[in-house]
Design a protein around this ligand. Structure first.
Ligand SMILES: NC(=O)c1ccc[n+]([C@@H]2O[C@H](COP(=O)([O-])OP(=O)(O)OC[C@H]3O[C@@H](n4cnc5c(N)ncnc54)[C@H](OP(=O)(O)O)[C@@H]3O)[C@@H](O)[C@H]2O)c1
Length: 410
């Protein structure tokens, strides 16, 4: 963006050749879509590093050889041997000689993602799930990289630790990408309100009473987006929208009372900016993450044919409705945590991560996810100007309290 908003990403300006990209979370939904963008745009992007948790080493090895990555990282140290074997197997399939130098350097262990985040490159895309992404996010930013940020949890948990680097962060979340695009249409001091759209998830229109018997399979059936399991459950509880309200505040500096959420079931309008003269700019495209991913990697330039456009020759119905705060209290709770500031957003997110894991394992009822967050926020004292150690400490305490409550609720 120009000087209109706070997402400036001025570091990505040299376009002498393809941009070198490090991709954290390459085996996930965002990661594989990002690779699709790179695959279709070899003149613009080149993969130099790929990282994942260690759950899908076969996929990671295949990606590393297809894209010729210089380095691969897995956080789970025990996945090292399987990754080596998978790399050799894929290399053999490609006809490489044993020990050939085209195999990537392997980084393994809890520090591996942060190490990879500092690998020489132009852009780091953080597509990991969870606040485990915080340390790699900070590592990339401190190393001077531009950060294409899908891992909203790291911005939310890190808050004031991450915001000093806003000039090098470009959002990947479709809503925040939409806001960044709309903000090109006016100055930040001309903005009246940010309006985040929400699909409403699979339980739009349900009452709280109807949500008592929701199963993980119900919650994983998102009507418009195909995403990883955690963000899909977060969309069903509306916790994801709560996190996005905090994300919007941190990215664009607009006060919480001027950030609205509106339910838009078609997921075509990805968010809107209302300006002080009464004009509203909206960004509209079919639900497809390849557009915001491509824009974040190429910022500020658009990538041609990043996704098929809207078909405006066919009839289109766009509807908007207010959010049912009684059935979905997660957004109000996130707003309160955001206004409290300090470590409250980190606690909100950490308690949610524990509760979602318990829900997916069948140990916690759906409605207890948000109840768990509320109780943890109530019990945990706020730290106002946290260091990284404070954030990690608060996170671990929030997780402990959440597990304690889940043990009772189970
Ligand atoms: N999917 C979407 O459409 C979408 C849209 C907007 C925002 N987002 C955000 O993007 C992020 C990723 O979402 P997703 O849907 O892509 O999730 P996902 O499909 O579950 O993928 C998560 C990725 O993170 C990796 N990972 C997990 N734990 C890790 C660890 N400890 N260290 C390193 N890597 C780890 C996983 O590796 P393994 O394969 O080894 O487990 C996988 O590659 C989330 O923050 C989400 O909120 C997603």
């Amino acid at each position: 963006m120009t000087d209109n908003g706070r997402v400036t990403a001025t570091a990505v300006t040299s376009d002498k050749g393809p941009r070198d990209v490090v991709l954290l979370g390459s085996t996930g939904s965002i990661g594989t879509q990002a690779l699709d963008v790179v695959r279709r745009n070899p003149d613009r992007f080149r993969v130099v590093g790929l990282g994942a948790g260690g759950g899908r080493v076969g996929d990671l090895a295949a990606q590393a050889l297809e894209f010729g990555a210089e380095a691969v990282a897995v956080s789970r140290a025990s996945a090292l041997e399987d990754l080596q074997l998978a790399l050799y197997a894929h290399a053999q399939r490609r006809g490489y000689a044993r020990g050939e130098s085209r195999l990537p350097k392997i980084l393994a262990g809890p520090e591996a993602s942060a190490e990879l985040a500092q690998w020489p490159c132009d852009v780091v895309l953080n597509g990991m799930t969870g606040s485990v992404g915080l340390v790699p996010t900070l590592a990339a930013l401190r190393a001077g990289r531009t950060l294409a940020l899908a891992n909203k949890e790291s911005l939310i948990a890190g808050g004031p630790l991450v915001t000093p680097y806003l000039d090098r962060i470009v959002p990947v979340d479709s809503e925040h990408s939409a806001l960044a695009q709309c903000l090109r249409g006016g100055r930040l001091d001309e903005v009246d309100r940010l309006v985040l759209t929400a699909s409403g998830g699979p339980f739009r229109g349900s009452t709280r009473a109807q949500l008592t018997a929701v199963t993980p399979a119900d919650a994983l059936a998102h009507p418009t987006w195909n995403m990883g399991p955690v963000v899909t459950v977060n969309s069903a509880t509306l916790v994801n929208k709560g996190l996005e309200v905090i994300e919007a505040h941190l990215l664009f500096g607009v006060p919480y009372e001027r950030i609205d959420v509106v339910v838009h079931p078609q997921s075509l309008v990805h968010s809107m900016v209302e300006f002080t003269d009464g004009s509203t700019l909206a960004q509209v495209s079919p639900p497809d993450m390849r557009l915001p991913i491509a824009l974040a990697l190429g910022w500020p330039h658009r990538v041609p044919q990043a996704q098929p456009p809207m078909d405006w020759r066919s009839p289109q119905t766009l509807t908007f409705e207010p959010l049912d705060q009684a059935a979905f209290p997660a957004v109000g709770l996130a707003r309160a945590a955001g206004i409290a500031g300090g470590t409250a957003p980190a606690a909100y997110n950490a308690a949610n991560e524990e509760a979602v894991a318990a829900f997916l394992a069948g140990h916690l009822p759906f409605l207890s996810i948000v109840d768990t967050i509320a109780e943890v926020l109530d019990r945990l004292p706020l730290r106002e100007r946290p260091t990284v150690a404070d954030v990690l400490d608060v996170e671990s305490e929030a997780r402990r309290l959440a597990r304690e409550r889940i043990g009772v609720a189970a």
